[in-house]
Design a protein around this ligand. Sequence first.
Ligand code: SF4
Ligand code: MG
Length: 335
Amino acid sequence: KEKILEVRGLKTSFYTHLGEVQSVRDVDFDLYKGEVLGVVGESGSGKSVTCSSVMRLLQHPGKIKEGTVLFKGEDLVQKSEKEMRKIQGNEISMIFQDPMSALNPVYTIGNQMTEVIRNHKKVSQKEAEEIAINMLTLVGIPSPEERMKNYPHEFSGGMRQRAVIAMALSCDPELIIADEPTTALDVTIQAQILELMKDIQNRLNSSIIFITHDLGVIAQLCTRVIVMYGGMVMEEGTVEELFYDAKNPYTMGLLNSVPNPKSDVKERLEPIPGTPPDLLNPPKGCAFCNRCKFAMKKCLEEIPEVYEVTKTHKSRCHLLHPNAPTVEGFVKEAR
Ligand code: SF4
Ligand code: MG
C-alpha cells in the first residue's frame, strides 16, 4: 500500500499570555492511499490541532515546534506559506464542522464553486460549471443546475455541508481532512452525510482523515483509528482491534461511555470521571493518570512508551511493559 502521509514527532504549542499550551505533544501516524483514518478523542485532546498542523492552518498563536509531516515524501513543515497555499484546497482539502465557515454568504453556490475550480484547474467558465454540476450531482443535490443559482442561506444545513463536500472534491484532492463534519447537523442528516462520504470514498478511493468524538461514526466509516488524549496518541489500530480488543485504559473508558447501538436495552453510560489534563502544565507522567483506574506509581512519574501489540496495533501504556503487574480487567496480550 502506498503511504501518502507520514507524521513523526509532531509537537504544536500555543504561545498565550499565560504560557505555552502544549496542545500536541508527540504525535506519530501514517495514512495510506484509499484508507479512512479516524482520529477520535474528547475535545481538547489535540485532534483538531494535529490536523490543522498537518494542513499548516494553525490559528495564531499556534506554532509547530518540532516534527515532520511527509506528504508524498515532502515535508510540509518546511514549506513556505506560498507553497502551502498551492497544496491547501488543491492536493489536500479540509471540511469543517460548520459549513458556513467555508461558504461566502454573498455569492451563489455556483459562483463559489466555479471560482474554486478555476483557481485550481485550467478550464473555461463553461467547463467549470459542468464540473460543478457533476460534483453537486455526485453529492446528491437535486436539480443542481437550478441550485447553482442559490445563495448559501437558501440551502438547508445538510445541503450546505453537501455543497462544501462537493467543493472540496472538485479539485480531486489526494487527501481530505474532515473535522467533525456532521457534528453540527441533526441526527438524520448526519447519517445521510456519513453515507455520502462512505459512498464517495468507495467511488473515488479517496484518502480521508476523519476527526470525531463519536465512536459510532468511526465504526461506520473508518478502517483504522488513532485515539488521542492530552496531546498524544494513546492507541492506534484497525477498527476491529480498537473496538474488540482495546489495549489502552483510555480507549476502554471511551468505549464504556457510548451506548451500544445494537442493544435495545437502555444501558447505563459510564462517562470517564474527571477532566482532561491542563496542557499549560501537562502531567509529568501518563496524560491519563489522574483518571485511570489502573494508574500505578510509575504512571505519575514517566510518560509511557508506545508498545506494539500487533503489527497494526499500538498502545501507549505502562501496563503493556513485559514486567508490568497483571491487573483485573486488563488483558495485555492480543486476542
Ligand atoms: Fe493508566 Fe498508567 Fe496506562 Fe496511563 S500508563 S493509561 S495511567 S495504566
Ligand atoms: Mg475540534
